[in-house]
Design a protein around this ligand. Sequence first.
Ligand code: FDA
Ligand code: NAP
Length: 452
Amino acid sequence: MGTTSTHEHEIHDVVGIGFGPSNLSLAIALEEHRANVPDRPVKAAFFERQASFGWHRNMLLPSTTMQISFLKDLATFRNPVSRFSFVSYLHAAGRLVQFVNNQDFFPTRQEFHQYLEWAAAGLADRVSYGSEVTAIRPVGDAGTGSPDHLQLEVRGPGGDVRLVRARNVAISTGLVPRLPAGVTADERVWHSSQFLERFRGLDPNELKSVAVVGAGQSAAEITRFLYDMLPHARVSAVIPSYGYSVADDTPFANQVFDPAAVDEYYFGTDRAREAFWHYHRNTNYSVVDDEVIRDLHQRSYEEEVRGHKRLHFLNLTRVADVARVGNETRLTLTSLLDSEPQELDVDALVFATGYEGMDPAGLLGDFDRHFLRDETGRHRVERDYRLVAASGPSCGIYLQGGTEHTHGLSSSLLSNIAVRSGEIADSIVLRRAEQELAGVRAVEAAGAAVRA
Ligand code: FDA
Ligand code: NAP
């Protein structure tokens, strides 16, 4: 492992941390700004810790579909004529006509992944893969919280460290997998975010009994996949509710993901924000697409008809304990329908127990104390997605994700990324112009003072 550290002298206007769909969309917005204003491009660089582009690769299960319309792509809602739209991709791939004939608003996740890879390849010179940002530090602030610029520590593929400079950063490091307290992942106990890689690492013939914990989209998709891929295995779905509930994507409810809903949420009252969650959490969390629910029920019903059961739904049930017994994993389950805990031995156990939102505090380290928090301890965020700083620093920390409490339900989703990225790009350009103007005025004022 190398440990050399190199300092770069160029100060970027913005450095993007993570190159998933959110920052890919920002790279496109900046590219389109460059096309419109070629003499003043925004100097941007992106760092991605994966070795190549990948979007939740471990959940690219066959036949799974997107949960948004193909028109909610990286660019269309901001710029309907973008060359980075999903329609442009289809045209380039020679599939536009067939896609229209297919009459489906919701592409497979495989196809959307291909689209994202295609878009990322078009911006390959802006991103360094295999590069993890490990820290953000202010430079030249003398403890005031108003730094001249930011320094980012970037660990490269060989362990070498680069120090990169920027006036702004856009943090877009994604959701954080959540395991229940006391559970540790190992080669037979996985979080859903590890699923395909772990599954492919085992001999399917060894898997005679498997269990999936949770009642969200990930849990239902994995349960269906395991049932289909392991025709001799017992598949147990450990469900905290009485059965899967449907994700509401009907037209009126879907308005919570509209760009306009961000303003209504951001500028709304606390009661309005609470109402968004109270009425519309079921558009996204702990819910499953209708088609997957029906698929699972159909499999279960066919078993009833055949009189042979290997798909078991353990309703109103949670995991109380996980223990290793030889090669097997022993679950202790508690059900609200039964006073006695049950034991279940499995060869593989998947916790599809969801994710925590993005939190920038780890990357900011000590610098985080310069940013304000609300009365419940969450970061305060400007409408343009910048962290609110105690002393109004000139450098912006923009968040793509982790803003559900300020900007609403689309924070961790794809629905609004085209518009959000455009707003962030506009904010970077506007603030740069304001700072340059302020600099010119300061020089003029100093000149006037000398002359006086
Ligand atoms: P994302 O997590 O995609 O990307 C973050 C990137 O940052 C990763 O590539 C990671 O490697 C990188 N990174 C992290 N830390 C880093 C560091 N320190 N330095 C450098 N790089 C770093 N939403 C929706 O609207 N419609 C949908 O159909 C789906 N489908 C879906 C399927 C599955 C299985 C999941 C788990 C989630 C979804 N989602 C979704 C929600 C999901 O959050 C969304 O699709 C995007 O992944 C959000 O894109 P981001 O770029 O914000 O995060
Ligand atoms: P999720 O919706 O948050 O669901 C997590 C599930 O785990 C819930 O049923 C939750 O129950 C349960 N759970 C949490 N802790 C538990 C515990 N200790 N014991 C038992 N159960 C527990 O997570 P997800 O299904 O991973 O979905 C996350 C996001 O990814 C969503 O936006 C989803 O739409 C998206 N996604 C999309 C696709 C796709 O595009 N095809 C596929 C997968 C996921 P409670 O309700 O009781 O907390």
